[in-house]
Write a protein that binds this ligand. Structure first.
Ligand code: G6P
Length: 614
């Protein structure tokens, strides 16, 4: 979703801004733009539909000089993706430029009021309203830009992260946020802005995460100043990033997605590290240890998340019920927030989010907190809004995930949720010692099991050729692997644009069976577990109707290879952690089919990595 970069300092801003935009491409976008104040204090704004490369080509012959500027990648919400709707937007006098991430809900009301004051609009965006409002306030009140921005933000309803430059004050950038992320990077005589730390890390690891309703006044060669909308100075908390530039690069892989799939033995190791203690006899999650009563006395767990994180939540919900005996419900955050849910102070709400910025999940958290629940975050991005908004939590620590289709974050989330369920079970005494030791041993084996499973890559690549023709796919699984089926189908949809549905295998006969014919491949997740025999019957039902079956089975299975068309063998794995291993062939299958179809797997059409609007 939209990305913001800003720079003020002693270097030329343009190359820094362009590099920053490339770093933010993974968020998903359809147009890009840049605004620079040149040495003659003229504001130059360049923007175009398409990729950052298109913007660079467009700027080839333009004046891109200047040591202060802001830039943007836009993911269209208000108005189609075109040159005019692209950011930055600028004031009527051409002196003030703005970039914005978020949604201004009352933009139409503000726009009508401004039109009544003879203000004209070029674009269909909500963002242009903000810059025109700033200009209007500045000219009618004869006030400073800071006061005009403050005044405008007081009138705005919605979510925003903005950055503003004014060529009449070329030594300053103003940045502000409410519900959309914004990070300020503090360098040596230079300051950076980013929607996340990725455009900043090349230059400094010292950052300040702006809080809601905070406004950063970034002056050249002056300390950062942060105020709130009422002009009261806010505390500045400078943090050190634990991020390295190499984590943001492909490291020899053709795509981030493939790199991230192959990173999983290490990311799961990182995720577990330090959390299994006392000679592998205990799970230690400080987020749980610090609040024992909230878990011991919990009457219910409600998990909220979106997309892939919701699938991880479905597995987490089952694990929590299994190990803690606390009833668990799993909700789409977007549904939960508007459902007027019954939430009480004895509830534990677990919010799962890779980015930690998903607008619906953030809103669900706020609602749960208002109703007194204890809110626990399972996030990847350190310092993200959700990580800061929750009462406690556990990071999954899988490193930056750049591919839009989530892979290593999913397996990290499931691993953390497994440890969380066990940690709560330990506290409540609902898991006995032998269960705990066995579960811990199973978790510890995961990195090696994933490493082994990745050896399927070549075979899956070959197999994928067979399926590029398909227009539909069915994914079936049972128990813990029903959510794996949903996730497998989502991966394929997201990056290959093939329609795919995930179903509990036994539910197939209540509808999807009608779809089965030789054109519809069915992926059946069938490792050796308690429901193995039942899944074999489901495969028979597909075969009896002429469907082709790709089965994911445990090495040594002698039954399924006799009936399935294609078999992918995974090493033996305990049922409760099997989704982590099973997800590897599912990810590889989606990846290779998408590649064979010539799709852009890292930046699939219309999708965004970090969904910061509703
Ligand atoms: C987007 C991404 C998905 C992700 C979902 C939730 O749709 O493309 O990969 O699962 O948002 O994001 P979150 O950051 O909250 O996990």
């Amino acid at each position: 979703m939209c990305g913001i970069v800003g720079y003020i300092g002693r270097q030329e801003a343009y190359p820094i801004l362009i590099k920053g935009l490339h770093r933010l491409e993974y968020r998903g976008y359809d147009s890009a733009g840049v605004a620079l104040v040149n040495p003659d204090n003229v504001l130059n704004v360049y923007k175009t539909r398409g990729k950052v490369e298109d913007l660079e080509r467009f700027c080839d012959t333009k004046d891109v000089s200047g040591t202060v500027g802001i830039a943007h990648t836009r993911w269209a919400t208000h108005g189609e993706p075109n040159d005019i709707n692209a950011h930055p937007h600028f004031s009527t006098n051409g002196k003030i430029a703005i970039v914005h991430n978020g949604t201004i809900e009352n933009y139409n009301v503000l726009k009508q009021a401004l039109i009544e004051h003879d203000c004209e609009f070029r674009s269909e965006t909500d963002t242009e309203v903000v810059v025109k409002l700033i200009e209007y306030i500045q000219s009618t009140n004869d006030c400073s830009l800071v006061d005009a921005v403050r005044g405008a933000l007081k009138q705005v309803v919605g979510a925003y992260a903005i950055a503003v430059v004014d060529c009449e004050d070329p030594d300053m950038i103003i940045a502000a946020r409410k519900s959309s992320p914004l990070v300020v990077g503090i360098g040596d005589h230079e300051t950076f802005i980013g929607s996340d730390a990725s455009p900043i890390i090349d230059y400094t690891n010292q950052v300040v995460y702006l809080g809601d309703d905070e406004i950063a006044i970034i002056r050249r060669d002056a300390p950062l100043q942060v105020i709130n909308n009422d002009n009261i100075p806010a505390k500045i908390d400078v943090q050190t990033l634990e991020l390295s530039v190499s984590q943001l690069e492909k490291g020899g892989y053709p795509h981030f997605m493939l790199k991230e799939i192959f990173e999983q033995p290490n990311t799961i190791y990182d995720c577990i590290r330090g959390r299994i203690v006392n000679n592998d006899t205990e799970i230690k999650l400080s987020g749980v240890i610090d609040h024992p009563d909230r878990f011991i006395n919990a009457s219910r767990v409600v998990i909220v998340a979106c997309g892939t994180s919701w699938h991880a939540g479905l597995i987490g919900g089952r694990l929590i019920e299994n190990y803690t005996r606390i009833p668990a419900r799993v909700e789409y955050a977007s549904e939960f927030r508007y459902a007027n849910p019954v939430i009480t102070s004895s509830d534990v709400v677990i919010a799962i989010s890779q980015s930690g910025e998903t607008a619906d999940t953030l809103a669900a958290i706020k609602l749960a907190k208002e109703r007194g629940a204890f809110v626990y975050g399972v996030c990847n991005v350190v310092g993200s809004s959700i990580a800061r908004e929750t009462d406690s939590g556990t990071y999954i620590h899988v490193g930056p995930e750049i591919g839009v289709a989530s892979t290593k974050a999913f397996t990290g989330q499931v691993t953390v949720l497994t440890m969380l369920a066990l940690a709560i079970g330990q506290l409540r005494g609902t898991v006995n010692k032998s269960q705990l030791l066995e579960a811990i041993a199973n978790i510890k084996k995961l990195p090696e099991l994933i490493r082994e499973t990745l050896k399927l890559n070549d075979r899956i690549e070959k197999l994928s050729r067979t399926f590029t023709y398909a227009h539909n796919f069915l994914y079936l699984g049972r128990g813990y692997n029903y959510p794996s089926a949903l996730e497998g189908a989502l991966k394929l949809k997201e990056i290959s644009y093939i329609h795919a549905e995930g179903y509990p295998a036994a539910e197939m006969k209540h509808g999807p069976i009608a779809l089965i014919d030789k054109e519809l491949p069915t992926v059946v997740i069938a490792p050796n577990d308690d429901l193995h025999e039942k899944v074999i019957s489901n495969i028979q039902q597909v075969k009896a109707r002429g469907g082709s079956v790709i089965a994911i089975v445990t090495k040594g299975d002698t039954e399924i290879p006799k009936i399935a068309d294609y078999v992918l063998e995974i090493p033996p794995v305990a049922e409760s952690v099997s989704p982590v291993v099973v997800s590897v062939p599912l990810q590889l299958l989606a990846y290779h089919i998408a590649i064979m179809k010539g799709c852009d797997v890292d930046m699939p059409r219309n999708l965004a990595k970090s969904v910061t609007v509703e």
